[in-house]
Design a protein around this ligand. Structure first.
Ligand code: PHE
Ligand code: NA
Length: 453
């Protein structure tokens, strides 16, 4: 690996890592998924369990990943290889790096399809194509949007190209520069949308729904969904955070940075709920309408209220930006690995990755139309990608990394990277050794169907 002789690129500005990592974390998971799973699993009680999962599993795992990335100064594959070698341990652990890199890539293959929905809905909003007058009619519009492979393929291709263009420009000129205006823009739009929600009449109902704790509504299924979502929403075990961490200056506090990113991600998820549910409740709709919540119920609700179209446009611009700042983080690991190891330019690496990604995502996109029947064990390709990554690869990768950090690697490496006081370090170690692994094992028990009697 001669190419690694030069020092690794670092974030340019003080806020570089925080903005990029928050951009990665805040995405469709916060705005599309969190509100609808909260709706499905009953509101406040689910929110509370979710917060506990972020603190007990998400934060320790994220700290571990950033520390591994900065210590190893490379893509997941290279960084892990180096820290493992530093501790003189077996190379079987390096598989973790490959799995993380592959996981980010596979997530992106279906993520671009959902991001494509967002871009196409923005276009529909702008061009007046969202004129259904009932949930059924909106569902028909959603169905028609999916039914044509050319249409759906156009939008997912657009997302793929935009992602690769940004990543191709580099860590500083591409990723850091784009997040430094998209993130503030997103927050501003979200605030405007919440302001709108306050005046829509449904705000008290939304607050009540999100924050009133009713233990009777807690289900074991909801708890596992909360845990799985904690991984996805914080971009863990998919190479994104680890690779971004490899560009982190040596003096930055990993604990403080992690807490900021996790807090920002959580606040945005709750804010998304406070922007979406008031409009839903003001129109007497159900909060539990599933994945179609923001593509069917919400556009319908926007139509019924004054200035709805304007705020609808704002909503889909915000959603599209949130998706892009996440999608770029999913391929950065692969692009960084290619440029470091294959002696090719970042440009070439991005286009190469983009082409393979396009092929896989096209297969995923076809699940909604011509490939709807191409199923295996009842799941089509899109569902398989989602299932394999969120149910298996992310938890398995997370488990591997905390075990590596807690039991295998030299504890000195983490003491140095994390730089915590002895008390906080002991707490982190306790979390990665016992609390996070136990939580993660619960996901597997569920995935294996052991809990289903
Ligand atoms: N965290 C992103 C979201 O909530 C998704 C993501 C997963 C991004 C994995 C990067 C890596 O939408
Ligand atoms: Na998120």
């Amino acid at each position: 690996m001669t190419t690694n002789a030069q020092p690794r690129t670092q974030w340019l500005g003080r806020w570089g890592f925080i903005l990029a990592a928050t951009g990665s974390a805040v995405g469709l998971g916060n705005i599309w998924k969190f509100p609808y799973i909260t709706g499905e699993f009953g509101g406040g009680a689910f929110v509370l369990v979710y917060l506990a999962c972020i603190l007990a599993v998400g934060v320790p795992v994220m700290m571990t990943e950033i520390a591994l990335g900065r210590r190893g100064r490379g893509s997941p594959v290279d960084a892990l290889r180096r820290v493992i070698a530093e501790s003189g341990r077996g190379s079987a652990w390096s598989l973790l790096g490959w799995m993380a890199m592959l996981c980010g890539f596979l997530i992106l293959s279906f993520y671009v399809v959902v991001a494509g929905w967002s871009f196409s809905y923005l276009w529909k909003m702008l061009s007046g194509g969202l004129t259904g007058s009932s949930v059924d009619e909106m569902a028909a519009i959603f169905g028609a949007n999916n039914a044509s492979p050319l249409n759906l393929g156009f939008w997912s291709t657009l997302v793929t190209v935009a992602t690769m263009v940004i990543v191709g420009k580099g860590v500083q000129a591409g990723i850091e520069k784009s997040v430094s205006w998209m993130m503030p823009g997103m927050v501003l739009m979200l605030l405007l949308l919440i302001g709108y929600g306050v005046f829509s009449g449904g705000f008290p109902a939304a607050v009540d729904f999100l924050f009133s704790f009713d233990a009777g509504r807690l289900s074991s299924e909801g708890m596992l969904a909360a845990l799985g979502h904690a991984f996805f929403t914080l971009s863990l075990a998919s190479g994104a955070i680890l690779t971004y961490g490899s560009y982190l200056p040596a003096t930055t506090s990993i604990a403080r940075t992690t807490l900021s990113v996790a807090l920002a991600d959580t606040v945005v998820a709750l804010m998304a709920g406070l922007a979406i549910f008031p409009v839903i409740f003001a129109n007497g709709m159900s909060p539990s309408s599933g994945p179609g919540l923001i593509f069917m119920s919400l556009p319908l609700a926007f139509q019924a209220i004054p200035m709805g179209t304007l705020f609808g446009i704002l909503f889909f611009v915000m959603l599209s930006m949130a998706a892009l700042t996440s999608s770029i983080s999913m391929v950065e690991a692969t692009v960084s690995w290619l440029t470091d190891n294959k002696g090719i330019s970042r440009r070439t690496a991005s286009w190469g990755t983009g082409i393979v990604l396009w092929l896989v995502s096209t297969l995923a996109m076809l699940s909604f139309n011509v490939g709807a029947d191409w199923t295996l064990a009842g799941k089509h390709f899109f569902d398989w990608l989602d299932y394999l990554t969120s149910r298996w690869m992310m938890p398995l990768g997370g488990l591997g990394m905390v075990m590596l950090a807690g039991f295998v690697l030299k504890s000195e490496s983490f003491r140095e990277e994390l730089g915590l006081s002895p008390g906080w370090h002991a707490l982190w170690l306790f979390m990665v050794r016992y609390v996070s692994p136990l939580g993660i094992l619960m996901i597997f028990v569920d995935a294996l169907g052991i809990t289903r009697v």
